[in-house]
Design a protein around this ligand. Sequence first.
Ligand code: CA
Length: 517
Amino acid sequence: MNSSPLTISMHELDNVAIVANDGGLAAGVVLASGLQLRDRVPQGHKVALVDLAADAAVLRYGIPIGYALKDIAAGSWVHERLLRMPEARGLDNLPIATIKPAPMPALQGYTFEGYRNADGSVGTRNILAITTTVQCVAGVVDFALQRIKAELLPQFPQVDDVVGLEHSYGCGVAIDAPGAEIPIRTLRNISLNPNFGGEVMVVSLGCEKLQPERLLPPGSFAIADERGPAALDVVCLQDDAHVGFMSMVDKIVANARPHLERLNARRRETMPASELVVGVQCGGSDAFSGVTANPAVGFCTDLLVRAGASVMFSETTEVRDGIAQLTARASNPEVADAMIREMAWYDAYLQRGKVDRSANTTPGNKLGGLSNIVEKAMGSIVKSGSAAISHVLAPGEKLKVKGLSYAATPASDFICGTLQLAAGMNLHVFTTGRGTPYGLAECPVIKVATRSDLARRWHDLMDINAGKIADGSATIEAVGWELFHLMLEVASGRKKTWAEHWKLHNALVLFNPAPVT
Ligand code: CA
């Protein structure tokens, strides 16, 4: 691609830039500015643009991502071992709703083909989900799923898939302890995800702590259609009626049939883009995440908000160091307070485990050029675009409003995706720099590569190449629009993501901050 040296700065105040060239740049190379490199600088890593005295702030995104531990000459490779991390930002005296983003013009006329549900939500897929109350039943459910897929699914061509909502929760846990409400409401709300058409079917063991009525109490899943208040459809494996394993399997298969019949009768209808509920997150980040893919996602987030859609960004530990930006962008003081409450809860959660902030960045992040969590946070927050943040969700809660929301979740890819599913996500956008084959059975996942090198090597895993931005062959805006149009195609079922094509499905991982017994 680029043979001439290429570096990228994010802000006019920055005193470091990122080397964009594949393979990095050798010592002695002269940049367009005339600056000569003193060290070899790997791709995605930082080069000092000016002489930095010991203790000087190293600026990226216009803010200090660290302080020089010793004098660093212009042209040097600025790596994590040369930086002292900034102190953690406290939660006092934060700017509250001080930024009033200029109102963005409404974006009208964009539609997709989706499934309207009785509760008013819209699905992008037509999937039968079988809820489980406890891990004990997972093997039996998997066995029954194979039979349902082989024997029933071919009779119901309008149904995209049947999935088991399997998890490690349900028993052997302190189910009344503080924090236990999080995994329980997560599982409840996932069962009600718009991609499942309001069909709730449960498989339980019988003796577990998480009884079906506790998971889905009467009224929690009332389906407002002609069937009236639905009785919970439960197959209980310990039921005396079952004699032998096949009796259990037969019962699960038989109970699946009426759900499949109702799902199969549904047809896609034209929906405004405002019915999209998009969760964005990143995983396997590198220094390009915050330069190419995340800014393009941020531009697309603004397009979605302008179209009246719902967008969630998450990953508390990755945005915590940018808290002052976020509270400033809150649409009102209540939203800022909710954000501070979620951050304070997470700070206390981490302190309980004696975890410090350096625990977030992975060896892969550092190899990719991200020095610390402050630099990672700035690159992560840009996914949220520029709109006001109008709502905050605690982990596992269901989203009920349009616009840009902060859904508090851990940064763990699987836990974040699981909690965004519980919030009602019907489309997932995932950026990656190092590369991950991540996918979910419950919802399409569009993966955005931060570098062209990754997009070339993983050509049948990455859906969008944002590396074109670093190559200089596309703008952030162009890739943002490309993503927006792809989202409408994927939401309509006209296009499958690569993760769907290969059926790459990561496990649901519940966030359980309560003790295990
Ligand atoms: Ca993540």
